[in-house]
Design a protein around this ligand. Structure first.
Ligand code: BG6
Length: 349
């Protein structure tokens, strides 16, 4: 097959001249869009179904950080000396390359941000950030690398602020964090323990889960979370998050009233996303001159089947919800019980 099947395109956003890089898997079954503003992934589709949330009121013209998708947080998570979540998400990045894996059909793109006068005005260090994304048919890998190109050490925190689309926050679950310590951002950052292995959402949730924290109650084992965290919304498919080299994990949903107070959040937007954010935020990363640091995430769509270990872990019982209740699967493969013919017609393009 010729290279045109990859349908790589660089298109201009309508609002202003912020470029968006569009990638398509060779099979046509998945696609990705990355705005050069912040190298923010703004769309990840599998079988034409959007996996990420992007607020209808998000600014895509470079006037503010993009509300949704996968904004990059660097060199500061949260509030602090720099502006909230640092400057990487509001800088213009360079699109370095796009490559296609001929065997698998996966698409790999690389973006770069180098220290410049604007970043030095906020943070007096020289660095090179590389953001590499690999789009598979049912998975997405995003990896951030930082090289200290200056003469002195520096510290930073970093995070991939992924907004996962869910059908309804009332049915959303984040699994795999049972017995993990967290700092509660809604309660003066007090350290607490996640008791239930399945986190659900009633009101605001803003928690920094910590990987390397000793269990003070027993004084022995380290509390650690299962490397695989999954996000479901009541159907029989979920998205599995595998963190690579990131130490912490933030789970955030603003709840109704905070959501309403955010100028770039669509009406009742909090109902349609959960942020699950791999990051190294509790303790800064230190980088010596010429040294390099790298961390990332692998997001994979998973279809859950009754009787499997995953189904037990996610739903706490043998059977997963029946075919009348397949919100994610409906969105992904278009299975509709009332219209079985749709299965046969399902054209993933
Ligand atoms: C999360 C933080 O990572 O990002 C929250 O834990 C914060 O405290 C949220 O509210 C959104 O931040 P922002 O700057 O994009 O509104």
């Amino acid at each position: 097959m010729g290279s045109c099947v990859f349908s790589l395109a660089v298109i201009m956003s309508e609002a202003k001249s912020i470029e968006t890089v569009s990638l398509s898997h060779r099979t046509g079954k998945s696609s990705l869009q990355v705005s050069l503003f912040g190298a923010t992934v703004t769309s990840w589709k599998i079988f034409k179904t959007e996996m990420l949330f992007l607020s209808k009121k998000a600014s895509l013209d470079g006037s503010r950080a993009i509300r949704g998708g996968i904004p990059l947080v660097f060199p500061q998570f949260g509030p602090g000396k720099l502006k909230q979540h640092g400057f990487a998400r509001t800088q213009l990045w360079e699109h370095v390359s796009t490559d296609h894996d001929l065997a698998s059909g996966d698409v790999h793109a690389v973006f770069k941000l180098t220290s410049n006068d604007a970043t030095r005005a906020e943070w007096p260090h020289d660095f090179e950030l590389t953001y590499a994304v690999t789009l598979g048919m049912t998975n997405l890998i995003t990896q951030l690398t930082c090289v200290n190109t200056g003469e002195t050490d520096f510290d930073f925190t970093a995070l991939l602020h992924t907004y996962f689309h869910v059908e309804d926050i009332a049915k959303a679950t984040v699994s795999g964090l049972g017995k993990v310590a967290y700092l509660d951002n809604t309660d003066e950052k007090k350290q607490k323990m996640q008791v239930s292995p399945v986190l659900t959402f009633e009101g605001e949730v803003d928690r920094i889960f910590l990987r390397d924290v000793k269990d003070e109650s027993t004084g022995t084992a380290r509390m650690r979370y299962d490397d695989l965290i999954s996000i479901g919304d009541g159907g029989n498919a979920d998205v599995v998050v595998k963190a690579v080299n990131f130490k912490d994990l933030v789970v955030w949903n603003p709840g109704a009233s905070k959501s309403a107070s955010m100028p770039d959040m669509e009406e009742e937007g909090y109902k349609r996303f959960v942020c699950v954010e791999v990051g190294s935020v509790a303790k800064p990363v230190s980088l010596k001159p010429k040294a390099s640091w790298s961390a990332g995430q692998n997001l994979t769509l998973r279809i859950l089947q009754s009787g499997t270990e995953e189904a037990r872990r996610v739903y706490g019982r043998e059977s997963v919800p029946g075919v009348d209740n397949l919100p994610i699967l409906d969105r992904i493969v278009g299975i509709k019980k009332k219209d079985p013919a749709a299965d046969n017609k399902a054209d993933p393009k």
